[in-house]
Write a protein that binds this ligand. Structure first.
Ligand SMILES: [Fe+2]
Length: 254
């Protein structure tokens, strides 16, 4: 991959922001990154395979106070997310999916399955990842090391990255997700998807491997923030688990 020079990157950012879907900039020194999303043999990031069962929440319901209140977390995890896992497994059984396959492989071919598989497979994957993407709040919460270097290089500053990412979250009409992800051209990118779609899906608006996801469904924030999605996003930066995001990015350098 050739890293575009700064002028070209700025031009490209301007063009892609106007174009709508995703902001894409070069990820330097990332030649061995994405190889394929289509075969098990070439699937990288094996540490991040997602099963079909809901895993335990990695912290108590109140651990993300006061950014995300305990009741929201409890309902979100034990009702909404639990239902995605149950309904996914129902769809897997009904559509005779090989349960030894990974959820990632199902999502990569989700166009071949039902809407139920798409909605609940995405919903389960996205939430399993979302819980890991968060941790108890810290002030001045920021990435470090290579992840921060990549963000600053590609988005010119961490604040600029947050601003652009937040725009995708705020502007996603209805329900959906904002993503930081690596696309199939080895480019680190931000964008958004509708409903429970994600970049792993063959029918998603944007495609690649997600590094960080933000749930902007109302069920994720409405009890505390009501209609103020922008306030939820602004507060959410305090609980992002940048170490986990770094681990996902590192997994592509195998
Ligand atoms: Fe959610």
């Amino acid at each position: 991959m050739t890293t575009p020079n700064k002028t070209n990157r700025r031009t490209f950012i301007s063009q892609t922001v106007k174009g709508g879907l995703a902001v894409t900039v070069g990820l330097s020194a990332a030649a061995p990154l994405l190889q394929s999303f289509t075969t098990k043999e070439n699937t990288i990031a094996t540490n991040f395979k997602t099963g079909f069962d809901q895993q335990p929440l990695p912290y108590p319901y109140n651990a993300l106070e006061d950014v995300i209140d305990a009741m929201t977390m409890e309902i979100h995890y034990s009702k909404h997310a639990a239902a995605y896992s149950k309904n996914l497994k129902d769809a897997v059984a009904a559509e005779k999916v090989d349960v030894t396959t990974s959820l990632e492989d199902v999502l990569a071919n989700v166009s071949k399955y039902s809407a139920k598989m798409r909605n609940n497979g995405g919903g389960h994957y996205n939430h399993e990842m979302f819980w890991q993407c968060m941790r108890p709040k810290t002030e001045n919460n920021r990435p470090t090391g290579k992840l921060m270097e990549a963000i600053e290089k590609q988005f010119f500053s961490f604040d600029n990255f947050k601003k652009q990412f937040a725009e995708f979250g705020k502007n996603r009409f209805g329900s959906g997700w904002a993503w930081l992800y690596i696309n199939k051209d080895n480019l680190i990118t931000i964008g958004s998807t509708t409903n429970q779609d994600n970049p792993l899906m063959d029918i998603a608006e944007i495609k690649g491997f997600p590094l960080l996801g933000l749930d902007v469904w109302e069920h994720a924030y409405y009890l505390k923030y009501q209609n103020k999605r922008a306030d939820y996003i602004e507060a959410w930066w305090k609980v992002v688990n940048w170490d986990y995001v770094q681990q996902r990015m590192d997994s592509y350098k195998m």
